[in-house]
Design a protein around this ligand. Structure first.
Ligand SMILES: [Zn+2]
Length: 416
């Protein structure tokens, strides 16, 4: 089925359907690495339309749009984020499932100290194993001390008393393991028995924690924020630098299949003949437009005389007169000169993507079907696509000084 859909369509489906399936399974189990790899292999195969047809590394595809990827979430991290949600539920919610966990899995112990060994279900064990990650992001804010466990909840500068001082202080105080924080409070002040050097130190450390009459609260990430799977995912995912060009590709008025083609071109991922030749797939790397040069991304966009003719005409339609630049500089130029959402910015971005798309289609037509379109025909196709797209939006901007752009692109003018 993936073959009958455009790439943009497949990307939509991967994101919607398959990620929903994965959300369902992942939020119950931490999938083993082997399973994750197999699932990702399926997603990959579907996205690229067959095995071994991937044009960009999966780890790159899984980056957010702003970081140069396609915004698919990588399963391993997403799975963890979904399981962190279960931890958040156990700690803060009052659902039937949480009550059940409290009654049967935690019982008189504390979530933070129950061992991850023994006769546990596999999924519960996986949740327990994620506790250190959860603790990095959870904030326990003491209020009246009625809810937090004195010994085991990490309310003291991100740690628990037990984690910092061990069992000894628990014996020294003699309150038992069920004690709450409030038992160390007298009339709104901290009041730790001063019977050991550890306890002296604790009394000092808690001095920074203001006691209030509010309930104890747990936050995620920073004080005031609750948990969201997306926020968790943002917090635990690997980050890369933003790419400057993402706005040129993924703007709100984009034509999906054009945007995708442009994304591939910017990433240098189109399977041009120079690559096919080094892989031993093609006999010759000669440009299909018969200019005598080698076909590469650089050459196709837009150094080849054929492409250069198309692009020069398209620039003219955008009212731009400048020499054609090397590909990286063309992208850079667009990043700088088509940044906003103004009418002429949209025209430029749409024009670039449409040109890249139609040149690539024409190149394939020539390679596989041996049919030829003169460059003027390509310019017409670009004009129809861009003009058509802009005719159905931007109503408020289509007047006055955009007059000549509208005429160039065949966009009906709006009165007033
Ligand atoms: Zn050429």
């Amino acid at each position: 089925m993936s073959k009958t859909l455009s790439f943009a369509g497949r990307l939509q489906l991967v994101k919607a359907t398959l990620t929903n399936m994965q959300t369902y399974w992942c939020s119950t189990f931490l999938l083993p690495m082997h399973t994750i790899r197999q699932c990702e292999c399926l997603l990959r195969k579907f996205l690229w339309g067959g095995h071994g047809r991937g044009k960009v590394k999966w780890s790159e595809v899984c980056k957010p749009l702003a970081e140069g990827g396609l915004g698919i979430k990588d399963m391993k991290t997403w799975n963890k984020a979904l399981l962190l949600k279960q931890i958040w539920a156990v700690l803060t919610e009052d659902t039937l499932w949480v009550k059940w966990c409290q009654a049967y899995l935690i019982n008189t112990s504390n979530f933070w100290t129950i061992p991850a060994r023994g006769l546990l279900s596999w999924s519960w064990r996986q949740i327990l194993l994620l506790r250190p990650l959860a603790r990095e992001h959870l904030i326990y804010k003491c209020g009246n001390g009625e809810r937090f466990s004195l010994w085991f909840d990490p309310w003291l500068q991100g740690d628990s008393i037990h984690a910092l001082y061990g069992h000894r202080v628990i014996y020294d105080i003699g309150l038992g393991t069920q004690a709450r924080v409030k038992e160390m409070l007298r009339e709104g002040e901290w009041c730790w028995p001063q019977v050991s050097s550890d306890l002296l130190e604790i009394q000092q450390r808690v001095g920074d924690i203001t006691v209030t009459t509010n309930p104890d609260l747990i936050f995620w990430g920073r004080v005031g924020d609750t948990f969201s799977t997306n926020r968790a995912w943002q917090a635990i995912r690997a980050r890369s630098n933003e790419v400057e060009w993402h706005g040129v590709v993924w703007h709100s008025k984009r034509i999906h299949k054009h945007a995708f083609s442009l994304w591939l071109a910017i990433r240098g991922a189109h399977r041009t003949r120079d690559k096919l030749m080094t892989w031993g797939v093609a006999q010759s790397a000669q440009c299909v437009f018969h200019c005598g040069e080698i076909e590469s991304t650089e050459h196709l966009f837009f150094q080849c005389p054929y492409s250069a003719n198309v692009w020069r005409e398209v620039l003219k339609l955008c009212n731009i007169t400048r020499p054609i630049l090397p590909w990286a500089n063309e992208v850079q130029w667009m990043t700088e000169h088509a940044k906003g959402n103004k009418f002429h910015h949209s025209v430029r971005k749409l024009a670039l993507a449409a040109t890249v798309y139609h040149i690539w289609i024409e190149r394939n037509r020539r390679s596989f079907k041996n049919r030829f379109l003169p460059y003027q025909e390509l310019v017409k196709k670009v004009r129809v696509d861009v003009g058509g797209k802009l005719s159905i939006s931007n109503h408020s901007q289509r007047s006055g000084w955009h007059h000549s752009l509208c005429v160039n692109w065949g966009i009906p003018l709006v009165e007033g």
